[in-house]
Design a protein around this ligand. Structure first.
Ligand SMILES: Nc1ncnc2c1ncn2[C@@H]1O[C@H](COP(=O)(O)OP(=O)(O)OP(=O)(O)O)[C@@H](O)[C@H]1O
Length: 313
């Protein structure tokens, strides 16, 4: 899908009054939550009105039995993301971080409020349009589990390109290039079950970035890794995103991960405390990578065999 901006004045991504009340949401809007690690290839149906929408505090036909707690995961959240901007979303467990990420990415449909990508309202899009947007303009990195176990790394990376209409040969050639850029060529034929957690996350990053998305959504991308591996994986993610010109939204509990981003917002009880919108594109902090200013795709690596940010450790 073309990501040319039809509204040059519009921010890359803008959410207004985002509200997610799980107790009132149609089932189709909620299903994706399972999905901290899910690959979002299917979409919630826009326009679906929940036939079973139950007002909080009631349970039809079962008087005396207490209803489920009112779960207002997002409470009128406003959020704006500029081109190439990198933002960390932090906050206590259950504060709504993943829900925010899923709503911004069009994985779930909020119960109120809007999300617009380059000025185009996700809520007004058809299922097919939202799916195309997620495949072409968005990339996803989760904590784990997003790679298909039966496919070797090269085909895992190629798959989103193929879903976007690229032929097998072209997609796998591009995937090999990504593996080389990331110093992971030797993993091309490995299946996820034969890789370490850090290797899998590097492949997941290549997979997310290979479609050259406008936004990369990452939910606890280092949550299953030790600190040193997590730092390396974050450096790869941010460098590759910067080289692509992709913006990044990363949900994390780890201040070391947030330090890679140019801005941090805090979620608390479904509310966002992010301060005023202050885009600082192309200026990601990258503590473990002082050479962030060099273009890794054109710069000659010191050791060509090790790839552009030092290869795998
Ligand atoms: N599908 C769902 N159905 C009902 N409630 C949900 C669903 N998904 C999330 N919630 C609730 O919404 C609130 C916010 O959840 P969310 O996963 O967004 O928080 P979080 O900040 O990402 O938490 P954590 O850091 O623990 O992953 C929680 O109270 C959670 O129980």
């Amino acid at each position: 899908m073309s990501t040319t901006n039809p509204y040059p004045a519009a921010p890359l991504l803008a959410a207004a009054g985002l509200t997610m009340d799980y107790s009132a949401a149609p089932a189709a809007s909620v299903g994706a939550k399972a999905g901290r690690n899910a690959v979002p290839v299917a979409s919630a149906s826009p326009g679906t009105v929940g036939p079973a929408a139950v007002p909080a505090g009631t349970m039809p036909g079962l008087s005396g039995i207490p209803a489920a707690p009112h779960t207002l995961a997002l409470d009128h959240v406003d959020f704006t993301l500029g081109d190439g901007e990198t933002v960390a979303v932090m906050g206590p467990s259950g504060s709504g971080k993943s829900t925010l990420l899923h709503a911004l990415a069009g994985i779930i449909r909020p119960t109120a409020g809007t999300v617009a990508f380059r000025g185009a309202d996700l809520g007004a899009m058809s299922d097919a349009q939202r799916t195309a947007l997620r495949r072409g303009a968005f990339g996803f990195v989760f904590q784990s589990g997003q790679l298909l176990p039966e496919l070797p790394a090269v085909e895992n990376i190629a798959l989103p390109m193929m879903l976007g209409g690229v032929g097998y040969r072209e997609a796998t050639d591009a995937a090999i290039l990504w593996l080389e850029r990331l110093g992971l060529r030797h993993l091309a034929g490995q299946r996820p079950g034969e890789m370490s957690g850090g290797q899998m996350q590097r492949i997941a990053i290549a997979r997310a970035l290979a479609v050259r998305p406008a936004v990369v959504f990452a939910d606890e991308p280092t949550g299953a890794l030790d600190q040193a591996t997590g730092r390396d994986v974050m450096a790869i993610l941010m460098e590759a995103a910067r080289a692509n010109g992709s913006a990044v939204v990363v949900v994390t509990h780890d201040p070391n991960v947030a330090a890679f981003c140019s801005r941090t917002v805090m979620m608390r009880d479904g509310r966002l405390d992010g301060g005023p919108y202050a885009p600082t594109p192309s200026s990601p902090k990258s503590p473990s990578s002082p050479a962030a200013a060099a273009d890794p795709f054109t710069a000659q690596p010191a050791d060509p065999g090790r790839g552009w940010i030092g290869g795998e450790r």
